[in-house]
Design a protein around this ligand. Structure first.
Ligand code: GLA
Length: 389
């Protein structure tokens, strides 16, 4: 991959001398969905799929971005003297937004740079290609400009800040955090309230984690996401009229049940219920995993799906078909929607003996029912973002 990127870099920018090679992963979340902006827990892991870059500093104030996946956009040129999001920059608004966020957070860069990227995260699949691009840009900026006082968590926060304020999606911290702090063969048990985290080794001797890509992405995903977030904020405000809490993640299910009547709006009530119970499920799932009880982990994944489908309403027909088919296969320990929702992927834990049946039978029936093929990836848990050379 490095050679291809560097050849392209040389073709576009004269030579690749002095350029460096970087990588940031995508992520899959095992459990803890739509809890990260509610002060709850999440349990994602970084993938070995991600975004690669070759990058080099320039002497002037221009930035050049080129994607080998989206080459029809050609080289996108932006400038440090006009740091505004422009629709024609398209995908390059993600790396550009990180440059803007560095300046906003007190780390302005003093010259431009050239950057060529190529990624193998399927586009629009909900496996965090944009977070990976943000964290990748953060790593590149700290490396090229000698910024030494930012941790990987800081880079995740800056990536999230840019996505919230430059690119208009009010996402939580999970995706950027996983891309920045991923660890090979480990998932990350993160408390999004404190950003304290611990690694949990994922050693499944007789099972595999399989991602199934529905290859659908429904429109208005960002606005539906922002609506969910607002509904949770409103539910929290209703609870705060009586309770001294900072987030829905502060409540146990029992405390929630005792106080839920404060939330008058039925939609807000369902959203808050999901956030509170999902947080508890995530805590319980990690405890089950540590205790070696993968069956319980799988049951909690299934409950997570039901809650995301019925109370949070972020699933869709195609994803429900995938999950229902998975649940019907003996040897499937758990299966659920993963990521923001409204399409994208499911994540399933499948016994080794059942993997072939899982892929063949779901693949066939999904195609019959939906009209196009699903894609399957066996999860390989990789490390967080870094410079590779
Ligand atoms: C998207 C967001 C994350 C998180 C998930 C849902 O991936 O970027 O912050 O909220 O949805 O869990």
């Amino acid at each position: 991959m490095k050679q291809k990127l560097f050849d392209k870099f040389a073709e576009l920018f004269g030579s690749s001398e002095g350029a460096h090679f970087y990588f940031a992963p995508g992520r899959v979340n095992l459990i803890g969905e739509h809890t990260d902006y509610n002060g709850g827990h999440v349990f994602p892991c970084a993938l070995t799929m991600g975004t690669y870059a070759a990058a080099r500093k320039r002497d002037d104030r221009k930035m050049h971005f080129y994607s080998m996946n989206l080459d029809t956009f050609g080289v996108v040129e932006t400038s440090l003297d006009d740091m505004t999001n422009k629709p024609e920059y398209n995908w390059a608004n993600y790396p550009f937004g990180v440059v803007w966020a560095f300046a906003e957070k007190g780390h302005p860069i003093d010259s431009g740079f050239d950057m060529v990227i190529w990624g193998n995260i399927p586009n629009g699949a909900g496996l965090s290609s944009s977070a990976s691009l943000e964290v990748l840009t953060g790593v590149i900026l700290t490396d090229l400009f000698g910024i030494t006082d930012l941790t990987m968590t800081d880079l995740a926060l800056i990536g999230q800040y840019s996505e919230n304020n430059f690119n208009g999606c009010n996402c939580g911290i999970m995706d950027q955090f996983a891309s920045a702090n991923g660890k090979k063969d480990n998932a990350i048990f993160l408390d999004t309230n404190t950003l304290k985290f611990e690694y949990a080794p994922i050693k499944l001797d007789d099972a595999k984690i399989i991602i199934t890509n529905s290859k659908v992405k429904h429109s208005l995903v960002d606005s539906a996401y922002n609506d969910r977030r607002q509904e949770c904020t409103d539910a929290l405000a209703a609870l705060k009229t009586k309770l001294d809490i900072n987030s829905l993640g502060d409540l146990t299910p029992e405390e929630f049940e005792a106080n839920k009547d404060l939330i008058k709006d039925p939609i807000q009530l369902k959203r808050a219920k999901h956030a509170v119970y999902e947080n508890q499920r995530t805590i319980d799932a990690v405890a089950a995993l540590k205790a070696g009880d993968i069956t319980k982990f799988g049951q909690l994944m299934n409950q997570s799906h039901i809650s995301l489908r019925d109370d949070y309403e972020v699933s869709c027909e195609e994803i429900d078909i995938l999950v229902d088919l998975a649940w019907a296969i003996p040897g499937v320990i758990g299966s659920r929607i993963t990521g923001g929702g409204f399409g994208g992927c499911t994540v399933s834990i499948v016994k080794n003996d059942s993997v072939d049946t899982f892929i063949d039978s779901i693949g066939k029936t999904y195609k019959e029912k939906v009209g196009h093929e699903a894609e399957f990836y066996t999860v390989d848990i990789g490390a967080g973002a870094s410079r590779l050379d």
